[in-house]
Every structure is written in structure tokens, then in C-alpha cells.
Design a protein around this ligand. Sequence first.
Ligand code: DGL
Length: 272
Amino acid sequence: MNLTQTPIGVFDSGAGGLSVLREIRVLMPDEDIVYFGDQGHVPYGPRPMGQIQDFSEGITRYLLSQNAKIVVVACNTASAAALKYLRDKFPDTQFVGMEPAVKPAAEKTQTGKVGVLATPATFQGALYASVVERFANGVELFQNTCNGLVQQIEMGNLDGDETQRILEDALHPMLDKNIDTVVLGCTHYPFVIPLIEKIVGEKVRVIDPAPAVARQVKRLLEAGGMRSRGGGRIRFITSGEAGSVQEVLSTLLGFDSGVESVRWLNDRTIAA
Ligand code: DGL
């Protein structure tokens, strides 16, 4: 198969990975992308690791069946729970995953205090522990799981009362501790950056790792001779309800594309 003509596979528990897709698109508008949002199972954050691994395996298999030339795990939670598992299970596939951007935050903070927003599964995973151990370097980290925020973003509620309450509850105690940097450790959260910035003010830096992830995808494609010329077609696939995903797509990205709907047969298998 000519890999310059096959799509980049991207997945998330729902719409969060669109924040990564958006950056891939800016950097490589000529690439075809097949995006899978697992709205049938969102949120992943409170789920057991084993179940997230099963879902991630099923989605990877599905994306490969759609000829994905690389798989971007555009979900911190799935990366924390399943990236290693996926690499073991699919040794011939290249994966790009997410990790909370503790390294750039630790390099940039002046106060030595950094806030990290991510899901419970991300904080519990070995990946986060290893990032903290390698990069925190004496910097004090304040964590919050922003319970319910993923669901609000899935509903397209980017600045309503409930979204604001969740973010204020998370960020005010961190501001009291004098943080000057906030790491977005969940791919849904970049969609509420305007609200976060309103709450934390301009002296606090907000770090979204999506542009760096897009650059990594580009590097790997170039290194593997897989960069596309032409194309630029995007397919959106959901395990949820196509109509509501279409609406959120238009709210989050301003895209008016059609959405294809597929269904899970069991935790590891999507109907072809
Ligand atoms: N977008 C996700 C992440 O990056 C997952 C959120 C969830 O499903 O709980 O962690």
C-alpha cells in the first residue's frame, strides 16, 4: 500500500482529540485524517485501566482497518492507560500519544508552582508518575480532576455556569498557592482556554501540548516517507449518536461535516 495516500488515524474518548486534530490540520492541511470519537463510552477518566485498554485496542484495530498509517492517541487518559499496551499489541504500528506537559511547565515556571488539570485515570497511571519523576525537578504540582468538565465540553458548553463553576473550583485554590503555569492534561480542555484565561488572568501561562504533538506526528511521517501530497479529507466516526456529534463538531471546530456512526459489539470489537 502507498502510505502517502492513506490517512492519519486519530482517536479520543470523545471530542477532546479534535484539539489535536485541529493542530495536525494547521501543520499538514494536505493529510487525510480519520477521526474516531468514542462517544459511546465517554468519559474514560473514571474507568478502570483494563477497560480503557480494551476500548483503545478495539479502536486501533478499527482505524487500521480504515488504512490508518499512524495512530495518534489524542487522549491523555487512553495514553496513560493503554499506550504501552497498544505498542506491545501492535508492534508494526507507530503510535503518538499524549503526556501531561510537566516538562515545559517546570522549565518555564518562575514561582515553582504549577497546576495540572487531567482526569483521575491520567493521574493514577505510571506515565504521569514517570513524567513527574523525570521533569518536575523540585517544582510543586497542584492537581485537579475537574469532575464533569469533559461532559460539559461534550455538550458544547464552553462557557456556561456549570463549566465556569468546575473551573473556578479547580483553579482558585491553585491561584491561592501562587501557581504561574497551568498544564492542560486532557485533550478536551483546550476548548475552554478562553474561560481558563479569564479565571487565571494574564500572568498565568496555560500550556496546551497539542501543537507539539502535531509536530511529532509530522516528524514521524517525514522520517517514514509517509507524508501526503494532496488530499486533506477528514472523516469523523463516532460510537455515539451522529447528530449530536455533528453539532459539537460545529461548535468546537466550526466544521459542518457529516459524521459516520459505528457500534461496539463488545469492549474490544467495533462492527465493521
Ligand atoms: N480527552 C481525554 C483526555 O485527554 C479523555 C477525557 C475522558 O474521557 O475522561 O484525557
